[in-house]
Design a protein around this ligand. Structure first.
Ligand code: ADP
Length: 211
């Protein structure tokens, strides 16, 4: 009995800045990719962006689907994610950016992680106004030229899909006490500062943005 308790304590004391598994939640333009990159740079997380994986894929059908603002069907998306997951080192911590986007995907993620003997630690909700989202997306369109950022109808469809299909995940993660809500209307330094604090992360090196 005492042994078990000791073991429990030891596990609680494991250094927790690495080995974390995080999900980024938030509408298009909320800053999931930007924050993920900062967390990767400062704390050594690995980053899976399903949007990037699709955009870099050679599957033209898939790219066309996504450029039109459509979600990739769940089963296909899970298959793609499973392949990506194989490439990663679980010890280093993982940020899932753009996955899960539906309740079904969230359940499949739980199952996949469970099979690997790990679990999701936190879901970070980047909470923004629709106006902020739209402004950021049009800024990104000017700079980068993502097809799905250039058309107002496509943007609206993505925002509506988020409300209908992805926003229910907020409730799901709130119930399992995994949700960390961040005011993401703020600038990226402030968002990083809030997330660093809430997760209790300790930088391996000096953070690249002033905190
Ligand atoms: P954003 O967050 O701005 O929508 P992403 O780069 O995360 O951008 O995703 C771009 C597009 O890729 C989405 O609009 C969707 O079509 C597709 N996609 C990405 N992840 C998923 C997913 N988990 N399930 C279904 N479709 C996805």
């Amino acid at each position: 009995m005492i042994k078990l308790f000791d073991q429990f304590l030891n596990e609680r004391e494991l250094p927790d800045s690495q080995g974390k598994i995080l999900v980024m939640l938030g509408p298009p333009g909320s800053g999931k990719g930007t924050l993920s990159k900062e967390l990767k740079k400062n704390f050594g997380f690995q980053h899976i962006s399903t949007g990037d994986v699709i955009r870099n894929s050679e599957d033209e059908e898939l790219k066309k689907l996504v450029a039109g603002g459509n979600l990739v069907p769940d089963d296909l998306m899970v298959k793609i994610l499973r392949q990506e997951l194989k490439k990663l080192d679980l010890e280093k911590g993982i940020i899932f950016d753009g996955f899960p986007r539906t309740i079904k995907q969230a359940r499949r993620l739980d199952r996949m992680l469970g099979k690997l003997g790990v679990g999701l630690n936190h879901a970070i909700l980047l909470d923004v106004d629709e106006e902020t989202s739209k402004k950021r997306i049009s800024k990104r369109a000017e700079k980068g030229g993502r097809k799905d950022d250039a058309d107002e109808e496509v943007i609206q469809k993505r925002l509506d899909d988020y409300e209908e299909k992805t926003a229910p995940l907020v409730d799901l993660y709130q119930k399992s006490r995994k949700l960390i809500k961040i005011d993401a209307d703020k600038g990226k330094e402030e968002v990083l500062r809030q997330v660093t604090k809430r997760l209790g992360l300790k930088s391996k090196k000096e953070p690249s943005v002033e905190l």
